[in-house]
Write a protein that binds this ligand. Structure first.
Ligand SMILES: Cc1cc2nc3c(=O)[nH]c(=O)nc-3n(C[C@H](O)[C@H](O)[C@H](O)COP(=O)(O)OP(=O)(O)OC[C@H]3O[C@@H](n4cnc5c(N)ncnc54)[C@H](O)[C@@H]3O)c2cc1C
Length: 384
């Protein structure tokens, strides 16, 4: 390769930093990588519930995680055109290949949730941190959503601020996807930390100081934390790129954007075909191998080679239950639970190590997870 090539990475989260570092680690002559991100820090989103409650930090300067050869541009991409991106400050940056890695955000489409906080992104977690600090003893905090983020957040708040009254509202059993033993461990951890669980009801509306439920009842709430599903930024849709109904960039099995062979998608904001990604949930655990695979696809394209299909397997579901306990549930490559699980203090140590390793992996631009499930199994799962 004798001509210089510009690779632009949009978004410096787990998948984007992984991809940028891995492309640069290949040291292909003439290849420059520019990373565009709205802030100068890498955000460890998996620690945002800790950041919000004051039990841990969640930011590392980008210069400490990115290869020194990466050019960093602090800005937001407003639009992606055929061979260039338009930045918030009006500048245009040209690219030969673009890695789309814009991640996910809180799903704010439901206007009933206007008065809620979230821990989905740094700025939201920071607002919650401020609100929690304002609350005096006895104030009521309501966490809406019994998924993994809701559980981690409720227990963390209760552990760090035992004088607050924390309640959780969950439409179904918390962590419904786990085996019975895991669900029991989670309910015990909630109870041990004084979290009141209200199960089997949905939130209709949140107003200032009040949560209204679909059974006609209502609860006082000085601070309401919405921990529902994530949504994705609408950059791909706005740019006229192919997206699924959720707005995720649609790609082929090698993560190359359908209709645009110069764009490669990685992380939460991407929808690869079911035969390789039907089992993939939005997660840091998936963002790392997606970043690796996206980088390898860009390198193959730069070298004039045919990129290979994604093969991504899960290892575990790791749920922190405060700083002294956790649940690490082993899973099969398709993310379904195995029999083995760790609980308690040992699991908390393992979970902390995993959090540290995610940063080591993105810094190194390298991660080797298990292969994905057999195609036929994924097809079955999707069909069922
Ligand atoms: C509290 C919490 C706990 C979690 N715990 C776990 C866990 O235990 N295990 C697990 O696997 N997952 C966990 N997750 C989920 C995990 O954090 C995400 O799935 C993961 O961060 C996705 O990585 P990503 O690289 O796709 O996106 P992100 O990490 O979200 O990074 C995307 C980056 O793109 C930037 N960006 C967005 N739009 C633009 C734009 N237009 N221009 C430029 N830059 C842009 C964003 O600002 C951000 O820096 C947790 C999430 C939360 C909130």
């Amino acid at each position: 390769m004798n001509q210089s090539k510009q690779v632009v990475v949009v978004g410096a989260g787990y998948a984007g930093v992984m991809a940028a570092n891995r492309i640069l680690a290949a040291r292909l002559p003439g290849v420059a990588v520019t990373v565009i991100n709205p802030r100068a820090d890498f955000v460890e989103r998996i620690r945002l519930h800790q950041f919000a409650t004051g039990s841990g930090a969640a930011t590392i300067p980008l210069t400490e995680v990115l290869d020194p050869a990466a050019r960093i541009r602090i800005d937001t991409v407003e639009r992606i055109d055929a061979r260039s991106v338009l930045l918030g400050d009006g500048d245009v940056v040209d690219f030969d290949y673009l890695v789309y890695a814009v991640g996910s955000v809180a799903d704010r489409r439901d206007h009933a949730l206007a008065h809620t906080h979230t821990v989905a992104v740094l700025e939201d977690a920071d607002r919650l941190r401020t609100r929690l600090r304002e609350l005096s003893d006895g104030a009521v905090v309501t966490v809406v959503g019994g998924g993994l983020t809701g559980i981690e957040t409720a227990v963390e708040i209760a552990e760090q601020r035992p004088t607050l009254s924390v309640q959780m509202i969950s439409a179904g059993p918390p962590a419904a996807q786990l085996p019975a033993a895991g669900r029991t461990a989670i309910v015990r951890a909630l109870t041990r930390n004084g979290v009141t669980l209200r199960e089997g009801v949905r939130v209709q509306r949140v107003t200032e100081g009040r949560v209204e439920l679909d059974d006609g009842s209502g609860l006082d709430s000085d601070c309401t934390v919405w921990a529902g599903a994530f949504a994705v930024p609408d950059l791909a849709r706005r740019s006229g790129l192919p997206v699924d109904e959720a707005g995720r960039l649609r790609t082929d099995s090698a993560l190359v954007c359908l209709d645009n062979p110069t764009i490669v998608g990685v992380g939460d904001a991407v929808a690869a075909p079911d035969e390789v990604a039907g089992h993939v949930r939005m997660s840091c655990q998936a963002a790392l191998p997606l970043g690796v695979h996206g980088a390898d696809t860009v390198l193959a394209l730069l070298n004039g080679e045919t990129p290979t299909p994604l093969s991504l397997g899960f290892v575990a579901q790791c749920i922190s239950l405060g700083r002294r306990s956790a649940l690490v549930q082993a899973v099969r490559p398709d993310d379904s639970p195995r029999r083995f699980a760790l609980r308690g203090r040992l699991a908390a140590v393992v979970k902390e190590q995993i959090c540290r390793y995610t940063v080591k992996y993105v810094r190194a631009g390298s991660y080797r997870g298990p292969a994905g499930p057999a195609r036929v199994q994924v097809a079955d799962k999707v069909a069922s």
